[in-house]
Design a protein around this ligand. Structure first.
Ligand code: IMP
Length: 498
């Protein structure tokens, strides 16, 4: 029950702060900007321009424009973003309406509180605006308007909220020229623009100041023999403490240094605690630009999520290309060259599985990367499964594709059964475990070479269901049905599920 009340109170207090911020902001606009016909940007700025040009009350156009923006925001940004904004828009509309009813003079004009000192009014209005927005923003509130435009643009474009708001405000202030030039002539119109930009700058600085004031943090460094007691006491406030090892250079004795980051408003409490334990201790307190982490602010930087890296133990560009296309951009696939591995990998096993595993283990052991390696064999029925594990060096030790195909065609000459299969075995070492995957494509060996795509035995291998060789079918078809494609597909499924 206590927890529930605490939660309700904390949510309620947020709305109380937002309301106070809106009151300060609305007061600034109504009492200092509108009577002097100065616009400071934002939707209130647009609404003010409409008011100066037509006499249509500010809060009404402010509400209408915001209703359109809110509809867009609910659709694009979702309800969560909008609840406090809707409250902000409605309350500000109501408050400005009320305040005008209270202060309007007998002729229906807004009073000029600082007589004809427009510049003074602009400064006061800007300070009110800045403080009001600061209080409102610090509690995640919003006055709608350009904040909504900024949030929507920010969702699609790499522009910060501040940049978008600034751009909108500059456009709004500059366009006040057209409203005033007809009414008062060139000189006054330019004057109004200058006043508009002065307001914009002062409000911006005040806004930053008021937001930073509540966020300002300080770092304590406390040098005391009673550091344990002090650290324990500070801990009771819920703030973390770090104790560093140091050495007093004059006495050459070990010293402990208590380091603690707190909000500035908590500083006097920390001083009281330190003084109550050790009134003579040595303390420094420094302003810090920002503190990020638990209990403080969240880091705003956008990090591109690093892709997990896997080494494919090969330098064969055809294979790398095939595998990279299949794996897509979820993983970064590096070749042996990419990790500066220029050694001949061991392939001394009598099975495809054994060779794949040997290569993967070699890379993991000497280069430390998670990796996978493959070994492929062409297995012809009429040759009792040959060339099999010797496919790459069928004709000679030199891995000569031309010679290999010649030997294969020669060995199959006169044989009726030309059926064969490519079989790929992939061994993966991933997160400390070993896995194997197998892909097979069945087909037959053509009587002669046909086609220019691919590599190895592609010009003579016709997959079942087709009447062209891999070298004729090209990469797109082959990457769908090949032995490696099937094995890699299994590998990908595994990786995506893990
Ligand atoms: P590896 O184990 O992937 O190096 O394959 C051994 C040999 O099989 C290669 O040198 C090629 O001659 C052949 N080979 C492997 N995959 C293919 C393929 O997709 N098309 C044609 N030949 C292949």
């Amino acid at each position: 029950m206590g927890k529930k009340i605490k939660l309700i109170w904390s949510e309620l207090s947020v709305y109380i702060y937002i309301t106070i911020g809106l009151i300060i902001y609305g007061t600034g606009v109504t009492l200092f900007m509108l009577p002097y016909e100065v616009t400071s940007g934002g939707v209130t700025g647009i609404a003010s321009l409409i008011f100066f040009a037509t006499g249509f009350e500010v809060q009404n156009s402010y509400l209408i424009i915001n209703l359109f923006l809110l509809l867009a925001a609910v659709k694009i940004l979702g309800w969560k973003f909008c609840v406090k904004t809707i409250y902000g828009v409605l309350f500000l509309t109501f408050y400005m309406w009320l305040l005008q009813r209270i202060v309007l003079d007998a002729d229906g004009n807004l009073p000029r509180l600082v007589q004809d000192q427009t510049f003074m009014a602009v400064v006061l209005g800007a300070v009110f605006e800045g403080i009001g927005l600061g209080v409102c923003f610090s509690h995640d509130g919003s006055t709608g308007g350009t904040d909504i435009i900024a949030a929507i643009v920010h969702k699609y474009k790499d522009m910060s909220l501040g940049q978008v708001i600034m751009l909108c405000d500059c456009i709004i202030i500059s366009s006040s020229y057209f409203v005033f030039v007809d009414k008062y002539g060139e000189t006054v119109a330019w004057q109004k623009i200058v006043f508009g930009f002065v307001t914009f700058i002062i409000a911006g600085v005040t806004l930053d100041y008021s937001m930073n004031r509540t966020r300002q943090s300080v770092q304590f460094m406390i040098f005391s023999r009673n550091y344990r007691k002090i650290a324990d006491k500070i801990n009771t406030t819920g703030r973390g403490v770090t104790v560093l090892d140091g050495q007093g250079w004059y006495t050459k004795t070990e010293r402990k240094v208590v380091v603690c980051l707190v909000r500035k408003r908590e500083a006097s409490q920390i001083f009281q605690m330190i003084k109550s334990v050790d009134p003579y201790c040595f303390v420094s307190m420094a302003n810090v630009q920002g503190v990020y982490g638990e209990g403080f602010d969240q880091m705003k930087a956008n990090i591109k999520k690093a892709k997990p890296t896997l080494v494919f133990a090969t330098n064969n560009e055809h294979k790398l290309d095939e595998v990279r296309r299949m794996v897509g951009d979820k993983f970064e696939i590096r070749s042996l060259d990419d990790i500066n591995c220029h050694m001949e990998l061991p392939e001394t096993s009598e099975t495809l599985e054994g060779n794949a595993l040997q290569k993967a283990q070699f890379v993991k052991r000497f280069y430390g990367f998670d990796c996978f390696a493959d070994d492929t064999g062409l297995e012809c029925t009429a040759l009792g499964g040959e060339p099999g594990v010797h496919t790459a060096r069928y004709a000679s030790d030199s891995h000569d594709d031309e010679a290999n195909i010649n030997k294969l065609l020669a060995n199959l000459e006169g044989k009726d059964d030309r059926s064969a299969q490519f079989r790929t075995s992939i061994a993966l070492i991933f997160a400390g475990k070993t896995y194997t995957f197998e892909g097979i494509v069945k087909g037959s060996i053509a009587a002669k070479r046909q086609g220019d795509h691919g590599f190895g035995y592609d010009p003579v291998f016709i997959p079942d269901g087709y009447n062209q060789t891999f070298a004729q079918l090209g990469a797109d078809v082959k990457n769908n049905i090949s032995h490696r494609a099937r094995a890699v597909k299994m590998l990908c499924d595994f990786l995506h599920n893990n």
